[in-house]
Design a protein. Structure first.
Ligand code: GDP
Ligand code: MG
Length: 439
């Protein structure tokens, strides 16, 4: 998806304003990029239309190049398409909250039961899992093991009892135990079939769930739209969970869910571990899809905290590959001042996925970096080449900052990588000027 979109921006270089004519080609690239990312055709059509309408409608904003405007419009539309804001899970006001998980086989439902329980535990909520996949004894064992792993009870009634009956018994048990959230695991099939839908309908009737969440594998391609529509029409969903976003997914499914069902993606699974579950952030996903590590918002954010001249200076340095350790430090501190590391890390080129653990790691790195940069001489800060060339200097810095030589070498390497990355990314945009985007 990324490279296709980059081509779209490049075509607008040198243009003064966005017109009906000059957006034709970029829009074709965007369309192709979305289709290649397995976004379903009707969704692509509506998206392209919405972007085109807006693009031609906007007048000349001073200081903003047309390609940047288009990036912004595409970004905003992507965010809108994915629901705009984070959608929280809904909790029942009286009695246990009931979450019913549905979806095809192998998408990660059973794993999610435990991940969800673990997630809710951190919010101080107790959970109970109900083993409703009666077709494979292994599925029940799997849930029991996962339940043990995260320390939550699992209600099982073997494979001889109907899922709706298990659901009923499980719910009663949870009420007795005053459990906050009941999570029902269900069986999936390789394909949508009537038996599965009927069973889900029955279970739903018994449970009267607060949330019916369709679990969708992020790798699901074109079929995502039909899949979501069918489940929504047949059983009525309240939202979706996108799993396996850690894989080599092209993200198409994420774009289709809200558009075809009107229901938001609420959570995303990013791995097999119990901690790998987090809220779905439409803006981050859009940034990821745009594939520029969201340089735009990064620069926007940076501007908020840096004085304008500083930002322009930084800009020049990035363009001329003079980005040095002073800039690195300034920027790092600015980022720290911004507070929300979580959001910002997602914007740094090349750092797409962020887990809470990574955020803590990044904050630790920040302190580490500061210590090492502070141990550099002014000359070394301005000329990182000196450090690249001299192991003696690196050794001294390591000693003075109480870090290892390897850590210093890593920092130096990181700066050079950053130079290259930033130069490449800014080069994508016309002349690389700082976008002063007005809304
Ligand atoms: P179910 O058939 O829908 O119940 O799917 P399972 O929960 O049994 O998961 C199927 C496989 O996908 C298992 O091997 C899981 O470990 C794996 N899995 C589930 N969620 C994720 C995820 O977010 N990322 C990755 N990489 N694997 C996952
Ligand atoms: Mg399962």
């Amino acid at each position: 998806l990324t490279s296709g979109l980059e081509a779209a921006w490049t075509k607008l270089k040198g243009e003064e304003v966005l017109t009906k004519e000059n957006i034709v080609e970029p829009m074709r690239d965007i369309r192709r990029a979305l289709l290649e990312a397995d976004v379903s055709l009707p969704v692509v059509r509506r998206f392209v239309q919405a972007v085109s309408d807006q693009a031609v409608g906007v007048g000349l904003i001073r200081g903003v190049k047309p390609d940047q405007q288009l990036v912004k419009i595409v970004n905003d539309e992507l965010v809108k398409l994915m629901g705009g804001e984070v959608s929280e899970l809904v909790f029942s006001k009286s009695g246990p909250t009931v979450i019913l998980l549905a979806g095809l086989q192998g998408v990660g439902k059973t794993t999610l039961c435990a991940k969800l329980a673990n997630y809710l535990k951190k919010q101080g909520k107790s959970s109970m899992l109900i083993a409703g996949d009666v077709y494979r004894p292994a599925a029940i064992d799997q849930l029991v093991i996962l339940g043990e792993q995260v320390g939550v009870p699992v209600y099982t009634a073997g494979t001889e009892v109907k899922p709706s009956e298990i659901a009923k018994q499980g719910l009663e048990e949870a009420k007795k135990k005053k459990i906050d959230v009941v999570i029902m695991d269900t069986a999936g099939r390789l394909q949508i079939d009537k038996g599965m839908m009927d069973e889900l309908k029955e279970v739903k009737k018994v449970l009267n769930p607060t949330e019916v969440l369709l679990v969708v594998d992020a790798m699901t391609g074109q079929e995502a739209a039909a899949l979501v529509t069918t489940f929504n029409v047949e059983i009525g969903i309240t939202g979706a969970i996108l799993t396996k976003l850690d894989g080599d997914s092209r993200g198409g499914a994420a774009l289709s869910v809200k558009e075809v069902s009107g229901k938001p993606i609420k959570l995303v699974g990013r791995g097999e571990r119990m901690e790998d579950l987090e809220p779905f952030y439409p803006d981050r996903m859009a940034g990821r899809i745009l594939g520029m590590g969201d340089v735009l918002s990064f620069v926007e954010k940076a501007q908020e905290v840096m004085r304008q001249e500083d930002a322009e200076e930084l800009q020049k340095k990035i363009m001329s590959a003079k980005f040095d350790f002073n800039d690195f430090l300034k920027q790092t501190r600015a980022v720290a001042r911004m507070g929300s590391m979580t959001r910002v890390i997602g914007m740094i080129p090349g750092m797409g996925k962020v887990t809470p653990a990574q955020v803590r790691e990044a904050e630790k790195n920040l302190k580490l970096m500061e210590a090492m940069i502070e141990a550099m001489t002014p000359e070394e800060r301005e000329k990182p080449e000196l450090l690249a060339e001299s192991p003696d200097r690196r050794r001294r810095i390591a000693k003075d900052s109480g870090k290892t030589e390897q850590q210093v070498s890593q920092l130096v390497a990181q700066l050079f990588q950053m130079r290259v990355r930033m130069k490449n990314l800014m080069g994508i945009m016309e002349g690389g000027s700082i976008p002063t985007l007005s809304n």
